[in-house]
Design a protein around this ligand. Structure first.
Ligand code: SER
Length: 320
C-alpha cells in the first residue's frame, strides 16, 4: 500500500483510520473522500480531503487516476437500524459503493478493504463462539448487503485476481466521531451520556450479548490484514475479529463501579432488540489469529477507563 483512497472517510471508522494510515504511510499518501460537505471540511483540517459520491463511477475513477491510488478503503454504508427504515436506500448505497469499488479496483489494479460485520449473521447461526465458516442467513438489509459483499469480494479475487480483504467488525467503541444508526451504538453513547447527564436510556435489552472492539484494535486489524502475506490467507472475505463480548447490564455495572451516581433505564426499540437477538453473542476469531496474527489488546476494563478519560476531555473542551 503506497497511495490510499478512503471513501466514506467522515464516519466513525474513517475519522480515526485516516490519522492511523497517515502515521503508517505518510500524510501525502492518504486521501480522504466523503459525500457530506461538513465531513469534507472537517477532514480538510487534518488530511487531503475531497468531495466524492462513491456511487458516481466516473468521478470515483477520476479520483483514483488523479492521485495514482493503489489501495481502496470503502467505508460507505448505512448501518443496521437505519437500514431497516429504508431498505431500498440501504441496498442502493451499500451495494452501489461496493460494486463501484470492486470494479475500479479491478480496472486500476488496486487492493481493496471493505468491512463486513457481525450483521452478516442471523438467528440460525450458532451464537456462542460463532465459527469463521458457518450459516449466514441475516434478517436485516444491512446483513444481506454484508453477506453479498463478502461473496462478491471473494468472487472478484478468484475470478479477476483483485486483492480484496475484509473483517467482520463487531460493535466498535470509539471517541472520535460518533457512530450513527447502528445496533451497537449504545456502547458508545452511554459514555457521553453518563459524563454529561449522569444517566442513560438504553434501547437494547439488558441481557443482549454482542461482540465489541475498541477502536485502536479495529485500526490495527485493518492495517495488519492489508499488510498480511497473501500466501498465508486461507480466507479473505471476511475474517471474524473480536476482543470482548458483554451485554448492556454488564457494561453499565462496570461503569457504575467508576461513577457510583450513574443511573440507567431501558426504553426498548423493537427493531434494535430483534437485530441484537439475531446476532452472535461471541465470535471465534481463531482464523484471523492463525492466518495474519490478529492479537487485540483492549479488553473491557482498560477500554472503559480510556473512554471515560477521552470523552471527559471532549466534554470539558465543549466539543460535545
Ligand atoms: N455497528 C454495526 C451496527 O450496529 C454493526 O456492524 O449496525
Amino acid at each position: 500500500m503506497k497511495r490510499i483512497l478512503v471513501v466514506g472517510a467522515g464516519g466513525q471508522i474513517g475519522t480515526e483510520l485516516i490519522p492511523h494510515l497517515q502515521k503508517h504511510y505518510g500524510e501525502d499518501n492518504v486521501i480522504a473522500a466523503d459525500l457530506n460537505p461538513a465531513n469534507v471540511e472537517r477532514l480538510k483540517t487534518f488530511a487531503i480531503a475531497e468531495s466524492l459520491d462513491a456511487l458516481d463511477f466516473q468521478a470515483y475513477g477520476e479520483m483514483i487516476k488523479k492521485y495514482r491510488i493503489d489501495s481502496l478503503f470503502n467505508l460507505v454504508a448505512l448501518l443496521s437500524a437505519t437500514g431497516e427504515k429504508n431498505p431500498q436506500l440501504a441496498w442502493k448505497i451499500n451495494m452501489g459503493a461496493l460494486l463501484n469499488s470492486l470494479n475500479l479496483a479491478k480496472e486500476f489494479n488496486c487492493a481493496i478493504f471493505t468491512p463486513s460485520s457481525i450483521g452478516a449473521f442471523g438467528y440460525n447461526t450458532p451464537h456462542v463462539k460463532t465459527p469463521q465458516d458457518t450459516v449466514m442467513r441475516p434478517n436485516t438489509i444491512y446483513g444481506v448487503c454484508k453477506v453479498t459483499g463478502e461473496l462478491l469480494g471473494d468472487y472478484y479475487h478468484t475470478r479477476f485476481g483483485v486483492d480484496s480483504r475484509s473483517v467482520r467488525f463487531p460493535g466498535i467503541i470509539s471517541n472520535g466521531a460518533l457512530p450513527g444508526g447502528g445496533t451497537t451504538d449504545y456502547a458508545v453513547e452511554v459514555f457521553y451520556e453518563v459524563l454529561k447527564n449522569g444517566k442513560y436510556t438504553c434501547q437494547v435489552p439488558e441481557d443482549s450479548y454482542m461482540d465489541m472492539l475498541y477502536m485502536p484494535d479495529a485500526l490495527n486489524a485493518i492495517t495488519q490484514l492489508m499488510e498480511a502475506d497473501p500466501a498465508k490467507l486461507k480466507h479473505r472475505n471476511s475474517f471474524n475479529v473480536t476482543c470482548m463480548s458483554f451485554n448492556p447490564r454488564e457494561l453499565f455495572t462496570a461503569i457504575k463501579k467508576r461513577i457510583p451516581s450513574f443511573e440507567w433505564n431501558f426504553e426498548i426499540d423493537p427493531v434494535k432488540a430483534d437485530i441484537a437477538a439475531s446476532w452472535p453473542d461471541s465470535l471465534d476469531d481463531s482464523c484471523a489469529r492463525e492466518e495474519w496474527g490478529w492479537n487485540p489488546q483492549w479488553h473491557m476494563d482498560a477500554m472503559i477507563d480510556d473512554m471515560l478519560k477521552a470523552v471527559k476531555v471532549k466534554i470539558d473542551k465543549g466539543l460535545y
